[in-house]
Write a protein that binds this ligand. Structure first.
Ligand code: SF4
Ligand code: F3S
Length: 106
């Protein structure tokens, strides 16, 4: 399964949702997650993310392992998103910043 990681937080570019053939992205206030029960490992979303926030579960960067459980948990709570929308207003400023996990809104 594929996993959305920390750098999506406060960016939410949403390019990823346009290519997913099974509509498994779910949207929260400042982050998106992938439903691990729906993802078919097609790999299409990974190169679409301008923030490079999407990884295969078994290729997660060090320190991002917590996002496996977060994607699974939040996908059950948040609605599906299938249409691209404008990125968050300060997305370019936040792209690449560290320590964004504390800023995740639920
Ligand atoms: Fe959707 Fe494919 Fe990305 Fe899984 S790998 S979330 S199925 S686009
Ligand atoms: Fe987030 Fe990247 Fe999608 S920033 S919304 S995972 S395109």
């Amino acid at each position: 399964t594929f996993v959305v990681t920390e750098n999506c937080i406060k960016c939410k570019f949403t390019d990823c949702v346009d290519v997913c053939p099974v509509d498994c992205f779910h949207e929260g206030p400042n982050f998106l997650v992938i439903d691990p029960d729906e993802c078919i490992d097609c790999t299409l979303c990974e190169p679409e993310c301008p923030a490079n926030a999407i990884f295969a579960e078994d290729e997660l960067p060090e320190g991002q392992e917590v996002f496996i459980a977060l994607n699974a948990e939040l996908a059950k709570q948040w609605p599906v998103i299938t249409d691209v929308k404008p990125a968050l207003p300060e997305a370019d400023e936040w792209n690449g910043k560290e320590g964004k996990l504390d800023l995740l809104e639920r």
